[in-house]
Write a new protein. Structure first.
Length: 263
């Protein structure tokens, strides 16, 4: 079996494990002795980890785990909480619609599928966890892009103009901004023939306890099954599902709020 591990990363992880094993901070000499590495290597690894806030030094020059790890842990915890909150709703939604269901979050310039349910029908969109799609195309990606702060959204759109990330795609910033504004106004997206030709995607935002959009959920399938009557029904169902997950994450609907608006 081919070993694809990176030796220096393995060494850095070993040093983090050493610091994790001790409740008090440690000197460079103590870390060197515990890790079994030469002092110069330990110093260079600690220097790099400190630069990224994964390790920090106290006033006496002793090392301990840094707050950067806490930030990463909080992000992981939010993802785990999201998946737990989604599970029963996704099971209900795929049973109710018979179509594939997707949940995605922002990852760099993309939307990343973090959970999904596959349609039981023979002709369907395959639900692939881990699939990425540029934020300018598709139901879940566009919902996520629509709810970013304006400055961040504009910067991403400028990036997509230079590098759309999809062959043959040309980004018209004015048309895209208009489509995103409509998504924010109505509280959902209906997208046709973007990520998959001959497919519909109907998506809505998922919010956390602060009202921030942290994910999006979609119902997707072959366009020939998405009649106007079903589209209207799926819009209602996907918004109900998004709200149910949001409430499981601690979101409270503000009195008098318009569709898609945060607290």
């Amino acid at each position: 079996m081919v070993d694809y591990t990176v030796a220096v990363l393995e060494d850095a992880i070993s040093i983090l494990r050493v610091l994790q094993s001790r409740r008090e901070s440690m000197t460079l000499a103590e870390i060197t002795a515990a890790s079994g590495f030469v002092k110069n290597k330990v110093f260079r690894i600690l220097y790099t980890l400190e630069k990224h806030h994964l390790v920090e030094r106290d006033e006496e020059g002793r090392y301990r785990l840094g707050l950067g790890l806490l930030e990463l842990a909080q992000h992981v915890r939010s993802q785990v909480s999201l998946l737990a909150a989604c599970r029963p709703t996704l099971d209900w939604l795929v049973a109710e619609t018979g179509e594939s269901i997707f949940v995605g979050v922002i990852s760099g310039y993309d939307a990343l599928c973090v959970d999904a349910r596959e349609s039981p029908q023979s002709i369907r969109l395959f639900a692939q966890v881990g699939r990425r799609a540029p934020l300018h195309s598709g139901g879940v990606p566009k919902v996520l892009l629509a709810h970013l702060p304006a400055a961040q959204r504009r910067a991403l759109i400028e990036h997509f103009q230079r590098d759309p990330g999809m062959p043959g795609v040309v980004i018209d910033p004015q048309k895209l901004e208009a489509a995103l504004a409509l998504i924010r106004q109505q509280g959902y997206a209906v997208v046709v023939d973007e990520l998959d030709q001959g497919a519909h995607s109907i998506a809505a935002p998922i919010r956390d306890s602060q009202g921030r959009v942290v994910a999006a959920i979609s119902i997707a399938g072959p366009s020939h099954r998405f009649t106007e009557e079903r589209i209207q029904r799926y819009i209602q169902l996907v918004q109900e599902a998004a709200l149910e997950i949001s409430q499981a994450l601690g979101y409270s609907v503000p009195v008098g709020a318009l569709p898609g608006q945060p607290a």
